[in-house]
Design a protein around this ligand. Structure first.
Ligand SMILES: Nc1ncnc2c1ncn2[C@@H]1O[C@H](COP(=O)(O)OP(=O)(O)OP(=O)(O)O)[C@@H](O)[C@H]1O
Ligand SMILES: [Mg+2]
Length: 356
């Protein structure tokens, strides 16, 4: 049983409140990813689970046991840190064996377990090398093997891929996901990279300024962001946001900004008329060439399989749309556009909370 529960967990550093009453349940065997911008409290939250930091108030329960007063070593957790923290003077073999030596595991069993962990992470040929002789990706695997070998029921990882180059990071995502499939242990993983969270997590916890903004599956979060912050954090390019007001019109509601007016369908309760809102529309729901609002191309960004068109119109902020890679549009060209109403995200202008 490796369920983790955080109840109203608060962490203060002097006057600064880094974590402001977080409630969270990590299910047994799930791959949970905490994501958010720098300084939002991810590492602090993870460190309170591991025992490296004590909560100022609130409870942390692991496998049914309240662990607030347990030392890190008494919590049965495995940790992988951002800087890997490999011992430079030890061989890869001894780095992996370290935790088992501390626990005085008999030599024959130790050897068998070190080799199995190295095999699992595809680093068996490196056992005699030292960390300085390994590439970034290899060192990454050594750090993982060193954790796997101790058989933890929970893996805690703090930005373990941040030191790798882009291609390797993407490869390691797949490997970590495979590892999780195989071990079926609970993974709690911290990153500021939304794409990493999206691709690996069973569930994502989005944090901002010490507060949990939303918890949900990757697709739920992408399709139904609970706040404007979450909407802007996930997805590339960043979601388009238009500021305006809800108007009652022809028996339905419409969105009115400085330079456009669009019906909002029946997804919103009628009492929202008059409300200041931010209308969110992802680039894939901006339809170039279909609607009748005129715009003017600023920039084309080819992505290979498709292209992004950045364009301006009226007095609102410029928009970005996804179009066919073969588009003939060029900077300075005129276009017309509309929105696919299925892609509307309506947020309260003041609180940022989702309204539809
Ligand atoms: N030991 C400390 N003393 C004082 N303030 C701290 C301490 N540790 C963290 N903080 C502050 O708490 C806040 C949260 O820090 P934390 O390290 O949890 O952020 P993070 O989300 O992990 O960010 P990053 O993505 O940059 O690693 C920050 O404002 C940070 O400056
Ligand atoms: Mg951090």
């Amino acid at each position: 049983m490796a369920q983790i529960v955080l109840k109203e967990v608060v962490k203060r550093f002097g006057p600064h409140v880094a974590v402001k009453g977080v409630n969270l349940q990590v299910r047994d065997g799930e791959f949970l990813i905490m994501v958010g911008p720098s300084g939002c409290g991810k590492t602090t939250t993870l460190n309170m689970i591991s025992g490296l930091e004590r909560p100022t108030s609130g409870e942390i329960v692991i496998g049914g046991q309240m662990v607030n007063d347990l030392e890190p070593g008494e919590r049965g957790l495995g940790m992988v840190f951002q800087d890997l923290a490999l011992f430079p003077h030890l061989t890869v073999y001894e780095n992996i064996a370290f935790g088992l030596r501390v626990k005085k595991v008999p030599e024959a069993e130790l050897d068998r377990r070190v080799r199995a962990a190295a095999e699992a992470m595809h680093i068996a040929p490196l056992l005699a090398k030292r960390p300085a002789q390994c590439s970034g990706g290899e060192s990454q695997r050594v750090a993982l093997a060193r954790t796997i070998v101790t058989n933890p029921s929970v893996f805690l990882m703090d930005e373990p891929l941040s030191s790798l180059d882009a291609k390797l990071r993407v490869d390691m995502r797949t490997e970590l996901k495979r590892l999780h499939e195989r071990l079926k242990s609970t993974f709690v993983y911290v990153t500021h990279d939304q794409a990493e969270a999206m691709t690996m997590a069973d569930r994502i916890v989005v944090m901002s300024r010490g507060v949990v903004e939303q918890i949900g599956g990757p697709l739920d979060i992408y399709r139904k962001p609970a706040t404007q912050f979450v909407a802007g954090f996930f997805g590339t390019p960043t979601m388009n946001f238009l500021s305006g007001e809800i108007e009652a019109r022809d028996g339905g509601l419409a969105f009115a900004s400085q330079s456009l007016r669009e019906p909002l369908g029946d997804a919103l309760p009628a009492d929202l008329a008059g409300r200041r809102i931010v209308l969110g529309v992802r680039s894939e729901h901006v339809e170039v060439g279909r609607g009748k609002t005129p715009g003017r191309v600023q920039l084309i960004e080819p992505l290979g399989n498709e292209s992004l068109v950045f364009f301006e119109f009226g007095g609102d902020a410029p928009l970005v749309a996804k179009v066919d890679a073969e588009t003939r549009l060029r900077p300075g060209d005129n276009l017309t556009f509309g929105f696919n109403p299925a892609g509307y995200h309506v947020f309260d202008a003041q609180s940022g909370a989702r309204l539809n």
